[in-house]
Every structure is written in C-alpha cells, then in structure tokens.
Design a protein around this ligand. Structure first.
Ligand code: GUN
Length: 299
C-alpha cells in the first residue's frame, strides 16, 4: 500500500513542539519569541500567506508584529524598517514576503536582514552554512526544511546509499533541498528545464522531489517503484468538471499515476504546504532560543 504522507498532521506535531518550547523559554528566561512579518503591496495571495503566518505565530504564543507597506514604498524606507527590526530585541525573526514590487531590489533587502534573524534562511550567511554542512547553526529555508522532515518520517534521518533527484533549481526550494539531502548522505542530482531525458533521470530516484511549478509534469512512469515522492508544487488549474469557472489545486506530480508506483507520496493540498508555516515557527523559536542561550528543541 502506498503511504500518503499527512503533512497536516506532521505540521501539527511541529507546531505542538514549538508551543511547548515557547512556553518553556518564556517560563525559564522571560524571553517571548518575536516575529516581524513585512508585506509590501496588496498582492492577494501574499496577503493570505502573511495573515496566516501572523495568526500561527500568535497561536504559538509568540509576539507577532505585521508591517504592511504601500505598493509604492521606496527601497530606502524598507531598508530603514529592516534596520529598525534588526536592532529590536523583542524581534527574533524577520520575514519579508516575496515577491517585492519592481522598484525594490529583493536581493539587497534579503541581505540587509541580520543573519541571526533570517528565519527564511535566504541570507548568504545561512545559504553558505547550509552549503558547507553547518546546518546546526544555520537557518534552513522553510519549505525544504519541512519537505526534509517528511522524507525523514518515511526513510529516517540517515539516507545513506539512496539516490535523490530534485527537479527544480530555485534558491528557495531546489538548491537548499539538494543540500539537505546531500548532508543526509544521499547521492543527489538537481534537474531542471534543460536536463536531458528527465523521465529517465527521475526513474533512478529513491527520493524524488518536484519543485518546478508546472502542474502535474511528473508522470507515473517517471517514478521508480517504491520511491518517496515529495511534491512541492501548488498550482491552481481550471476544473470545468466541477462547474463553470471552478478551479482546483494540483501539485507538480500527477498524483494518482505517481501514487500507484510510489512507496510514499505527499498529496496537494495537505502535503508540503502545511509544513512551510510550521517550519517558520520552528525557525523563529530557534532564533529566540539562540539569543537566550537555551538549547532549542530538535525538529
Ligand atoms: N513567497 C513565497 N514563498 C516565500 C517564502 O518562503 N518566504 C518569503 N519571505 N516569501 C515567500
């Protein structure tokens, strides 16, 4: 039987550990984990993400500050806010929701966040730590960190001898995911749009991670029998079978076909998605624990 990995349940377990850790940190040191979530402009999808991040932070017992800036915010004003948050002892994690409006250089903004508060794990210091295997002191980007927890639920923490293929080479998911799998002793290949014979490469994977943002591109016959399939994609597609104008969410993997081959697979929705916010909470707790000199819980 194929194991359909319940990301919602694992995310709830992570959040329960965060709540417990936050309560203990507050009781022992008086330090309340604090997160600042910054959004520039009125992109509706970003607004939904940011609101749910702030809500989850409150649920975890954190101090949560949401900063909503207008579409035409100047880069200098955003940088000034980041400087202020970097210096604020009540804030342990800073998240600037991407994408940013065109007049703002995202790379410059990301690098302005203090690496110790970079709970997204996008700063060069954290990217470098992950790349050199200094994972214990790094912040790892939330989506690959959550995807890795799901892999570990199926395969354990040591993935020695396993072959992994990551389809997608983004800085947010593909590259950090490949580094995490490498650190866990997998033999890793990163595939992308220029890769030759992608189906054949994917068929070599004991662990197959799809993070390309193309609906259902990974077919059933791309999946090695018994493989662990992690679908990071969230794509909204038309669903005329549900009625006129209706849509539905699908991943980057053709789920039914792939599930018939896989040993374990994440669904969309309900797989990787819920893990992202849970890992943001985990990273924020870790940031607060490091500041207070307290050993953080292990996730
Ligand atoms: N936009 C889409 N995903 C992310 C993310 O993981 N972090 C931030 N800051 N913005 C995003």
């Amino acid at each position: 039987m194929t194991d359909v990995i319940d990301g919602k349940k694992v995310a709830e377990e992570v959040v329960a550990t965060v709540k417990d850790g936050a309560a203990r940190l507050i009781a022992e040191t008086g330090v309340t984990p604090g997160i600042a979530v910054v959004i520039v402009g009125h992109d509706p999808a970003s607004q939904v993400y940011v609101n749910s991040k702030s809500r989850k932070a409150k649920e975890c017992g954190f101090h949560s500050a949401q900063h909503e800036l207008p579409d035409d915010t100047a880069e200098a004003d955003l940088l000034a806010l980041i400087e202020q948050l970097n210096a604020d002892p009540a804030i342990h994690g800073i998240l600037v929701q991407l994408p940013l409006p065109r007049q703002i250089d995202s790379a410059r903004v990301i690098q302005a966040i203090s690496p110790e508060k970079d709970v997204d794990g996008f700063h060069f210091v954290n990217v470098g730590k992950l790349g050199t295997g200094e994972i214990a002191s790094a912040f790892v980007p939330c989506t690959p960190a959550g995807s890795m927890l799901l892999v570990e639920r199926v395969r354990g923490r040591d993935l020695s001898g396993l072959t992994a293929v990551v389809v997608g080479r983004s800085n947010i998911v593909g590259k950090p995911m490949a580094n995490l799998l490498l650190a866990a002793n997998c033999t890793v290949t990163i595939a992308h749009s220029r890769t030759k014979d992608l189906p054949a490469l994917c068929r070599t994977a004991d662990i197959l991670v799809a993070a390309v943002g193309r609906p259902e591109i990974v077919k059933g016959d791309w999946v090695k029998p018994g493989a662990t399939v992690i679908d990071v994609g969230i794509n909204r597609i038309d669903a005329p079978e549900r009625g006129e104008g209706k849509t539905r969410l699908v991943g980057d993997v053709a789920f039914d076909e792939a599930a018939s081959q896989a040993g374990a697979i994440t669904p969309v929705p309900g797989g990787v998605g819920p893990m992202t916010i849970a890992m943001l909470m985990a990273n924020t707790l870790v940031a607060a624990c490091r500041t207070a000199g307290v050993e953080p819980p292990r996730f």
